[in-house]
Design a protein around this ligand. Sequence first.
Ligand SMILES: *Cc1c(COP(=O)(O)O)cnc(C)c1O
Length: 389
Amino acid sequence: MESTLRRTWAEINLDAIAHNYKVIRQKIGSDVKFLGVVKADAYGHGSIQVSKLLQNLGANYLAVSSADEALELRVNGITMPILILGYTPKEQVPRLIEYDITQAITCKAKADEYSAEALRCGGTLKVHIKVDTGMSRLGYLCDNDDFENGVKGIAEACTMPGLNAEGIFTHFAVADEFGEKADNYTKHQFELFTRVIKTVEDRVGHKFKIRHCANTGATARFPETYLDMVRPGLLLYGYGTFAKELGLRPAMTLKTTVSTIKIYPANTAISYGGTYVTEDTTRIGVLPYGYADGFLRSLSNKCSLYTKEGPAKLRGKICMDMCMIEMTNMPTVDVGSEVEIFGEKNSIDDLAECAGTIPYELTCAVSKRVPRVYYQNGEVVEKELMLRF
Ligand SMILES: *Cc1c(COP(=O)(O)O)cnc(C)c1O
């Protein structure tokens, strides 16, 4: 483990996540519950570590995408409520009940299946009903002509034996986009959501304990959408425009080390395909960080990584396990020097823009070969390498 650490590693700053949690908590007030989205291994930060932190900080709920992700948390000492946002095969219902895990209900067919399965094993499954108000992904369709049918299906799910409909939620499609068109879209989604809730509650006399819809964009921009709980992911990890505006801190710093230095004459083609050709005598550093570690190959020749002498340009195609940077005018950057791929100095938002993607994809892409080193109160508290030995 130690020997791998000076290759390429991700520093996860738990203090930054705690800071971000507190700032968001301050913003939403004490009456609104906080659900931390920790799906996909907490966007690459480590779902067990992040969930433990949120549990200690007093967060109210966690969300993951699958039963496996939820069970991993339960097995590792997470006792707070967990909601599965995505698909769970009905065979898993007994385990969800046994481990007190909440499941999203996304349509009539799923409600029927889950109800029957819960009855069969003699338990009650806690569920949150998902309403599709315009994301066009999962959930009961309720817009326009579908309203009556949608409301009917949701009302049914509320009264089905074996199900306890604790919550209801929807997901915004463009809450993080600016302009009147996007704002109106979000407003319409929210208005429809609240209308569905009211109609269902009036019709069946069922009161949803937790109504929620605010993702990162809405948590930052639309306090009127908080209802009973907010549901941010990216904001908690401190990336994106809204995080910057709120003074949040990026949680992950990805670092690598210069492994080898070579000096090439002019007209030397670097890496596969020879896409970069030196113009002059050029000092190149080889970094043990490639697309198998999570570097998007589409960034080849496009971005800079951060050395102690400032940004160094990427030269040539990114390989599976390595990439090359130019360090011609950086004499103090030597073999063994640290290079920041993204983090406090090299903004992940800029890197994502350069790759034509979003910061979510870059932190999720950091592969299991990259050890995570956890910092709390400025000290290393845990090191994790996700390989089997
Ligand atoms: C991923 C996800 C979120 C969190 O989204 P962010 O943009 O990271 O805040 C919230 N709700 C649902 C249903 C999601 O799938």
